[in-house]
Design a protein around this ligand. Structure first.
Ligand SMILES: C[S@@+](CC[C@H](N)C(=O)[O-])C[C@H]1O[C@@H](n2cnc3c(N)ncnc32)[C@H](O)[C@@H]1O
Length: 234
């Protein structure tokens, strides 16, 4: 599997040292093992898992702006893209958040087994976490894959970001949602500065990475209470 993974890295133009690759494969083995009894991901084939979860997450590696110290992954699930990027970037502190406890328990186990000191796992909804502690506008980087449409994920993410921070959102397609998300971008003072179309290394499925910049402070009324951003998107 290491050979396959290294070939994938090469195809996406990324070099990681051997110790990092070994840690990623150890995380992969923990996911495969845990997934036998606890449903964490629908992808069960090993190679597909490395391509569609691990290598897909690593498509973001070269897009991380310089100087990032704190990153937030909302709806990280079994750790994508946040846990993969935390392993590849030990100098950045990652908050990996998910509202489903079997997923965050798994991530805590991974962080412990791999001895990761740059990972904080949070079992909460984004709309609640931001109110519990003073987390507003403290993150340099936002990450979110497969959670919802722009008009929902912007309301979850943007309040956590510092003014000027970047939100790297991953999408498999996006055309329609851009139209009906214009309002959310405006209300949350955010704009798309770049869209990259990339391909997964083996199956060549298209993937899009949106680089979104937060331009100004977020009104304190956002996010609205838990569940409302999804029920009544901006
Ligand atoms: C389809 S999964 C995607 C998981 C992962 N990001 C990936 O791409 O494999 C969406 C995840 O978002 C979580 N989620 C949805 N809304 C959330 C919220 N408001 N706060 C925290 N987690 C949320 C769900 O529990 C679920 O695990």
């Amino acid at each position: 599997m290491k050979e396959f993974f290294n070939e994938g890295l090469k195809k996406i133009g990324l070099e990681l040292d051997e110790a990092t690759v070994d840690m990623l494969l150890e995380y992969g083995n923990l996911l495969l093992d845990t997934n036998k009894h606890t449903n964490l991901t629908a992808i069960r084939d090993e190679k597909t898992m490395y391509e569609k979860h691990f290598l897909d997450s690593l498509l973001l590696q070269n897009k991380i702006p310089c100087g990032v110290k704190k990153a937030m992954d909302i709806g990280t699930g079994a750790g994508f893209p946040g846990m993969v990027l935390a392993i590849a970037n030990p100098h950045i502190n990652f908050t990996l958040m998910d509202s489903v406890s079997k997923k965050t328990k798994f991530l805590e186990m991974v962080a412990e087994k791999l001895n990761l000191s740059n990972v904080e796992v949070v079992n909460m909804r984004a709309e609640d976490y931001i109110k519990l502690e003073d987390k507003r506008e403290t993150y340099d980087l936002g990450l979110c894959r497969g959670v919802s449409k722009f008009n929902v994920i912007l309301e979850y993410m943007v309040p956590f970001l510092k003014v000027g921070a970047t939100f790297l959102a991953q999408k498999m397609d996006y055309q329609e949602e851009l139209e009906y998300s214009k309002n959310a971008f405006e209300i949350l003072n955010s704009k798309i500065v770049k869209v990259d179309e990339l391909k997964l290394p083996f199956c060549e499925d298209a993937r899009y990475i949106f680089e979104i910049k937060k331009m100004a402070e977020t009104d304190k009324k956002y996010p609205r209470r838990a569940g409302i951003p999804l029920k009544r998107p901006l």
